[in-house]
Design a protein around this ligand. Structure first.
Ligand code: ATP
Length: 258
């Protein structure tokens, strides 16, 4: 379970993220939405410990603020919005082995770590890339590899900042389906910044909308993403269609005049 209590982030003298409190149960996903500049990445970086933050973040009862950064980073899998491949000359498979072995200075791959790396590649349909180096891959391939490297460390909290921004339609669904299944099976908590409201509808149990560094709406996704709320948050008139199976789809119609 992720429990956030009055998390706030200041950059310079400006409070970019005002105190934010929320809870997400283990096994569930939260979509973080809002207009450009609303503070989504700032919140994610505050949770990851990459920006200095006030307040308290607890995962499964352990207070992250009291942990050294190394212990904290072992609890968290983070994929940044600006995904940059490192310049290290290692293949995807070697990186997956290394990622499992952060404690041991004398690196030697165990049979278990070899199997785990193979299974991770299979789970994300990346086996064909296992002997390639990330800096020689496409942006979408690098984004899938970044997820593999985040998951192989078995995080308790998964933070994904626009994880589908470089992915084709098939890989968007593949990544988000895999993340949802992994979140449920491993009973972890996932928070993902998204701009596509239909993907949020389909893959997030809960949704938070930020506006100017403050929570504008928070709750179950189907309750939060109403046509009225979308109009308030984005200034766009939408229709929300409900299918016979209860699934929802959002069709943007027009920007509301100011
Ligand atoms: N290093 C910085 N120094 C000053 N202001 C910053 C800095 N980083 C971000 N900001 C400001 O903080 C606000 C929130 O930025 P943030 O990146 O969290 O927004 P976001 O919701 O993730 O936006 P987007 O959807 O465009 O990625 C913006 O107004 C931005 O200009």
């Amino acid at each position: 379970m992720l429990k956030v209590d009055k998390l706030a982030v200041k950059i310079g003298s400006v409070e970019i993220l005002k105190p934010v409190s929320f809870t997400v149960m283990a096994g569930q996903s939260l979509a973080l939405l809002g207009r450009n500049g609303a503070g989504k990445s700032t919140l994610v970086k505050g949770l990851a410990g990459l920006l200095k933050a006030r307040g308290c973040v607890t995962i499964d009862g352990h207070c992250l603020n009291k942990m050294p950064q190394k212990a904290r980073s072992q609890q968290i899998g983070y994929i940044a919005q600006e995904f940059s491949s490192n310049s290290v000359r290692l293949t995807v498979f070697e990186l997956l082995l290394l990622a499992q072995n952060t404690q041991n200075m004398q690196f030697r791959a165990s049979p278990e770590s070899l199997v785990a790396a193979q299974q991770m590649l299979e789970m994300l349909s990346l086996t064909h890339l296992s002997h390639r180096m990330p800096n020689e891959m496409s942006g979408g391939q690098q984004q899938m590899v970044a997820l593999a490297l985040a998951l192989i460390r078995k995080p308790r909290l998964l933070l994904l900042d626009e994880p589908t921004s470089a992915l084709d339609l098939a890989n968007q669904l593949h990544l988000l389906q895999t993340v949802r299944r992994y979140t449920q099976e491993q009973n972890i908590t996932t928070l993902m910044v998204l701009h596509d409201l239909n993907l949020a509808h389909r893959f997030a149990d809960y949704t938070m909308i930020l506006a100017a560094g403050e929570v504008e709406a928070f709750g179950q996704t189907r309750q939060v993403l109403s046509a009225e709320q979308i109009a308030r948050s984005y200034g766009v008139h939408c229709e929300v269609f409900v299918g016979s199976d209860g699934s929802r789809s959002i069709h943007p119609l027009a920007a509301l005049s100011a």
